[in-house]
Ligand binder design. Structure first.
Ligand SMILES: [Zn+2]
Length: 178
């Protein structure tokens, strides 16, 4: 079998019957359930996702799963993070589930995470101001450049935040009366 026929077979398999219906919502978290209920992942007319035969005996069960999905986030209520966020975008995405707001050209986060995310950016920016950038020397944790020297360590943007958070915890502990 050559690679052409393999690709063709794959394409055939992902084609969705015209009468099948697209399962709405952010179905990623229920994809295994959908699969076990006979749904198929594919694309039809530009719509990509999980499809089901509308006459499937599982339709009731599928509708229950969809109803239980968390509602789609209301991005109009999300808060833009200000300041020099670019160096910290990986942390914003990973730890604060930030999304890029193309209109505002800013990273935005859920309102419940806004204060923490803004504090992180302000805090990390402040530390970078007092750290020496070291051209040609990579982060000792992950090898990324540029890195900055602070407190006897050489760290990239991402790792400087964790150092920072650790030193914050240390300060709190030292300040506590035992
Ligand atoms: Zn690093």
């Amino acid at each position: 079998m050559n690679s052409y026929s393999a690709r063709y077979r794959y394409k055939k398999r992902s084609e969705i019957d015209a009468k099948w219906v697209l399962i709405p919502g952010n179905t990623y978290s229920i994809k295994d359930n959908l699969k076990s209920l006979g749904c198929k992942f594919g694309e039809r007319g530009g719509a990509k996702g999980w499809f089901s035969d509308p006459d499937s005996s599982h339709m009731g069960e599928i509708n229950e799963l969809v109803k239980a999905l968390p509602p789609a986030p209301d991005y109009s209520k999300w808060v833009n993070i200000t300041g020099k966020t670019f160096p910290f975008k990986e942390t914003l995405k990973r730890d604060y589930k930030a999304r890029w707001n193309a209109d505002a050209k800013a990273w935005m986060v859920d309102p419940s995470k806004a204060k923490d995310a803004q504090d992180m950016v302000d805090f990390a920016t402040g530390v970078k101001k007092t750290a020496n950038s070291v051209p040609g020397i990579p982060c000792e944790e992950c090898g990324t450049e540029p890195a900055y020297q602070k407190g006897g360590r050489t760290l990239c943007d991402d790792h400087i935040i964790h150092e920072l958070e650790l030193s914050q915890i240390d300060n709190v502990m030292e300040g506590e009366t035992v």
